[in-house]
Design a binder for this molecule. Structure first.
Ligand SMILES: O=C(O)CCC(=O)C(=O)O
Ligand SMILES: [Fe+2]
Length: 339
């Protein structure tokens, strides 16, 4: 428990085991300018005459950036605020209450923990993480015994609404790529994981990271990043900051979506930097394939361009991703076809 950054950060300078090696630390880039070139897409327009335009915007953003933000997405401001406030309260709880949820067992799907692999890593991440499966509603695990009903109610509704938003985006992507109606079949979004990152204020943001550079291993992800900046995307070998927009979700293409689209959509490298003045809490929803589902480039996208990846089971990918701690330079290697 004393391992959770949120339980001790207040009275310490940056301990040496949180200092990243020089080639991995953000340095001056921890405060790169936030950039408004990441597309902001108004999903409400997809219901009206503007559908084709929205489809095109999503396709372009997924090809050029692998990232975009969505507004008017059907998740109400009230629900986004209630959910964020719930997690603010969670990380504000006294240490003894948080201790009930803390576990270092990586096989436990529902747990509060810190860093990635605390006892075996060379340096730790400046973040705590609460995660649990949340699909369907009744599987929202009760992680907060003192307030179970409220937790289930809010997180349950949030999970359904965010899921619907992501399924709508997948449908718009499917249309944009002229893929068959079953291209994103149900098993590709079977699992849903809620992951809440908490990055306490950090004494030395240039020397450490909340999350190191990675691409998400799943199909598609939605991030509610709140008001505090910290998410950065690598674009043309430069880090750019994703501007926090009120009531927006950041949506990003995961490795599996890149593979299924035969490289047409990009799974962009991103990371989370810390702030010396503000705590930052982000709510991340991952749509994740069933571990037995077969992942391979969609046939419609291999007619004019040979497949870039072989077929594999998602579980095989996850084992390799975990072994490589998500290293974006190597995780795709065993799945690439050498044409
Ligand atoms: O906290 C953030 O801004 C990014 C989170 C993220 O990339 C992740 O959880 O995979
Ligand atoms: Fe991520």
């Amino acid at each position: 428990m004393e391992k959770l950054v949120s339980s001790w950060y207040n009275d310490k300078s940056l301990p040496h085991d949180y200092v990243f090696p020089p080639d991995k630390r953000p340095g001056k880039d921890h405060e790169v300018a936030r950039c408004n070139s990441i597309p902001v897409i108004d999903l409400e327009k997809a219901d009206y005459d503007g559908r084709n335009h929205i489809i095109q915007q999503i396709r372009d953003a997924s090809q050029d950036f692998g990232f975009f933000q969505v507004i008017n997405h059907g998740v109400s401001e009230r629900l986004m605020d209630d959910t964020m406030n719930l997690f603010f309260e969670f990380f504000d709880m006294p240490n003894e209450d948080k201790a009930e949820h803390f576990s270092e067992d990586p096989h436990k799907k529902s747990r509060l923990y810190t860093s990635n692999n605390y006892d075996n890593e060379e340096f730790h991440l400046w973040r705590d993480n609460l995660r649990h499966p949340c699909n369907p509603v009744d599987k929202c695990r009760n992680l907060w015994p003192t307030k179970p009903e409220r937790y289930r109610e809010i997180v349950g509704e949030y999970s359904v609404k965010v899921r619907n938003m992501l399924l709508q985006i997948l449908e718009l992507m499917r249309e944009g790529l002229a893929l068959q109606s079953n291209a994103f079949r149900e098993e590709l979004t079977k699992e849903q994981m809620l992951s809440v990152n908490h990055y306490p204020p950090c004494p030395e943001p240039s020397l450490t990271l909340g999350l190191p550079k990675h691409c998400d291993p799943n199909l598609i992800t939605a991030v509610q990043q709140g008001d505090i900046p910290g998410l950065q995307v690598l674009k043309d070998a430069k880090w750019i900051g994703v501007e926090p927009l009120p009531n927006a979700f950041v949506v990003n293409v995961g490795h599996q979506l890149q593979i299924i689209t035969n490289g047409k959509f990009k799974s962009a490298v991103h990371r989370a930097v810390t702030s010396s003045s503000h705590a930052r809490t982000t709510i991340v929803t991952f749509l994740v394939p069933d571990s037995h589902s077969i992942i391979e480039p969609a046939k419609a996208l291999t007619d004019n361009k040979p497949p870039l990846y072989r077929a594999f089971k998602f579980g095989e990918f996850m084992s390799f991703y975990t072994e490589k701690v998500g290293d974006p330079e190597t995780v795709l290697e065993p799945f690439k076809l050498k044409n």
